[in-house]
Design a protein around this ligand. Structure first.
Ligand code: TXA
Ligand code: MG
Length: 341
């Protein structure tokens, strides 16, 4: 299949493709998504095939107007309305009980559905012009780092999907915050740029699922099927390091003689390092780190001769928690805590 690259003023062409049951990759404010008509099971199945995604891993359904939610869910509780008022349109996804209209192909066989009202104008135009809610997971091959640029989508999906809408680089660079509104109390299953602190200011009793910062234990049930699967992993092996700039750079410099040692670090570390590195922003600028993180993982994969990447980890607070969550998964939960930190 030849994949068309469409410009932002060709959204109507993309909408027509979706209405014929095709697949279009589309920018959002978080990462690029791979969209299909969420109510068309045949179209939705193509998403799983193109990405190589397990079919029990449900898709987020995107809307462009709050009124669309009523057809998709059994109930829209007061607590969810409060979050919608505070954070939509934006990078927040809410899990609610699904209505019968939403096919089980979209919900991965679950009775719930994840709903997001994105703020990106190209995505919203696409939803409006197609006239349908759009199912869209991140537009990467399953397991690989999420796509924040057109070139990432081309690398993973060229030849496998009908078209890609070019919207430049994504603003936030990490996927939306996912919160389950069908548990009591509501539970954050995936952190994003809408932070736990912000959500707590609206719903004080919200909790963070422990799997956000730790792996699932053998007998744990994954509330979000995505928690079970390998994620965001580059081809080279990543080791996550918790520690101050001094401790981190000392630790990495002591491994300079090992073959293929590389550092994924912060700006503050660069002058102290004696191994090759890529910086993904300032140590305390979590938004900047979020924007650069997946792109940095992909850049490292394109370099030759790298065997081990020692990645300096941000503190797990605010948007830092979203970066921490992606990094610990990219590292396959291989974490080194340096003393006194
Ligand atoms: O920012 C984003 O959320 C991007 C853009 C494209 O909107 N989308 C995205 O989709 O990250 P995806 O499929 O890569 O991640 C969705 C996560 C998965 O871990 C999935 O298991 C979980 O949300 N999820 C979806 N529906 C769910 C449901 N009904 N119950 C529990 N978890 C659900
Ligand atoms: Mg994804």
């Amino acid at each position: 299949m030849k994949t068309k690259i469409l410009s932002a003023n060709e959204v109507q062409i993309a909408a027509d493709i979706l209405n014929f049951g095709g697949l279009v990759a589309v920018p959002t404010e978080t990462v690029y998504g791979l969209a299909a008509n969420a109510l068309n099971p045949t179209a939705v199945k193509k998403i799983f095939k193109a990405k190589g995604r397990p079919c029990d891993n449900p898709l987020i359904v995107h809307i462009s107007d709050i009124s669309q939610i009523y057809g998709l869910v059994k109930e829209f509780p007061e607590s969810a309305k409060k979050l919608a008022e505070a954070f939509w349109p934006g990078a927040l996804t809410m899990i609610l009980k699904k209505s019968d209209i939403v096919p089980f192909e979209t919900s991965g066989g679950l009775d719930s559905v994840a709903i997001r009202f994105p703020s990106n104008e190209i995505m919203r135009n696409l939803i409006r012009l197609s006239g349908k809610p759009l199912a869209a997971p991140s537009a990467n091959l399953s397991g690989s780092p999420s796509p924040t640029k057109l070139s990432h989508v081309i690398k993973d999906l060229d030849g496998k999907i009908d078209a890609i809408l070019d919207g430049g680089n994504c603003k936030f660079g990490v996927e939306s915050t996912v919160i389950s509104m069908i548990t009591s109390p509501p539970r954050i299953l995936r952190p994003g740029t809408v932070t736990p602190e912000q959500i707590k200011s609206v719903l004080p009793d919200v909790i963070i699922d422990p799997a956000v910062t730790k792996g699932l234990n053998k007998n744990d049930v994954a509330l979000s099927p995505g928690m079970k699967y390998k994620h965001y992993a580059p081809l080279v092996s990543v080791i996550m390091i918790n520690g101050s700039s001094e401790a981190y750079t000392n630790y990495v410099n002591n491994r300079v003689d090992d073959c293929g040692t590389f550092a994924l670090c912060f700006d503050e570390d660069t002058k102290k390092l004696s191994v090759p590195f890529i910086s993904y922003g300032k140590e305390n600028d979590y938004l900047n780190q979020a924007t650069l993180f997946f792109d940095s993982l992909r850049k490292i994969d394109e370099l030759n001769g790298i065997e081990k990447v020692y990645a300096h980890c941000p503190k797990p607070t605010g948007v830092g928690l979203a970066v921490y969550n992606r990094l610990i998964r990219a590292a396959g939960f291989n974490v080194i805590n340096l003393d006194n930190y």
